[in-house]
Design a protein around this ligand. Structure first.
Ligand code: 6GU
Length: 246
């Protein structure tokens, strides 16, 4: 998976994209992150990337020319495929979730435009971006952190990036349920014992416990998610016992 980032703040990507999952995936050649400074696509002495809104009012608007030129330069040089999505990160975009991460992970390459200031000239949305994404209902100073969120969530779904296929498949949200509680050694910590079943070595019983606890946690914290989950007869029985649907 190749990511192209268009940003005014390249430095923001240096730390986070070099560590942990992303750093390891990059070193192993499973993903690559190419950060492009939008200012490099200006031509005036001041390297102007923003201007006043025609409508008046507060704040500045990102000018269209450097963004168009950046994307067109990448496309013409072959760095960015003609059909690769160009995603504008904006609070007005489609809400990012695991389903969208899975859709994006099927692509070979994504370009992410990080909006800054009060916004981006509308012609960028209309004629340059192919998609718009928001990472949630709150306001960030710009799209940089949102782009990193998208990149990390998508990268985890790229084959080989996360340790085992199983650990990605069992994620909260991939199953549609929140994850069950996890325990590690010591089996008793400050008098608080891990559930006996987990130490039993009885795999089928452990799997049933995990499923039941996933259901319990989802019911307690995110009952809205249960609507989208396929439930077995046993799942339904457990949920009834927990007071769901009664
Ligand atoms: Cl993508 N950008 C900004 N500026 N704020 C956001 C966002 C994006 N997603 C949620 N809030």
């Amino acid at each position: 998976m190749r990511f192209h980032i268009l940003t005014l703040f390249s430095g923001m990507f240096e730390g986070p994209m070099g560590e942990s999952i992303m750093g390891r995936a990059r070193r192993r050649g499973l993903i690559s992150v190419h950060v492009h400074d939008i200012r490099d696509f200006t031509h005036d002495r001041r390297r102007t990337v923003d201007d006043y809104p025609y409508s008046g009012g507060p704040g500045m608007v990102m000018k269209p020319e450097p963004l168009f030129e950046a994307v067109e330069t990448l496309r013409e040089s072959g760095e960015l495929g003609e059909a690769s999505p160009v995603i504008l990160l904006t609070p007005q975009g489609r809400r990012f979730d695991q389903r969208l991460a899975e859709e994006l992970a099927e692509r070979e390459e994504l370009a992410l435009i990080c909006g800054r200031y009060e916004g981006v000239d509308e012609r960028v949305r209309e004629h340059l971006a192919t998609d718009e994404i928001s990472i949630g209902d709150y306001v960030l100073g710009g799209g940089e952190l949102a782009a990193m969120v998208v990149m990390e969530a998508v990268s985890r779904l790229v084959s080989g990036v996360v340790g085992s296929a199983e650990s990605a498949a069992n994620d909260s949200f991939t199953t549609g349920l929140l994850q069950h509680p996890l325990y590690t050694r010591p089996s008793v910590f400050r008098g608080w014992a891990a559930p006996d079943v987990l130490l039993s070595g009885h795999h089928a019983e452990v799997a049933r416990w995990q499923r039941r606890e996933s259901l319990r946690r989802t019911l307690e914290r995110r009952p809205d998610l249960l609507d989208g989950v396929e439930l077995s007869a046993e799942d339904r029985k457990w949920l009834r016992e927990m007071g769901y649907g009664t």
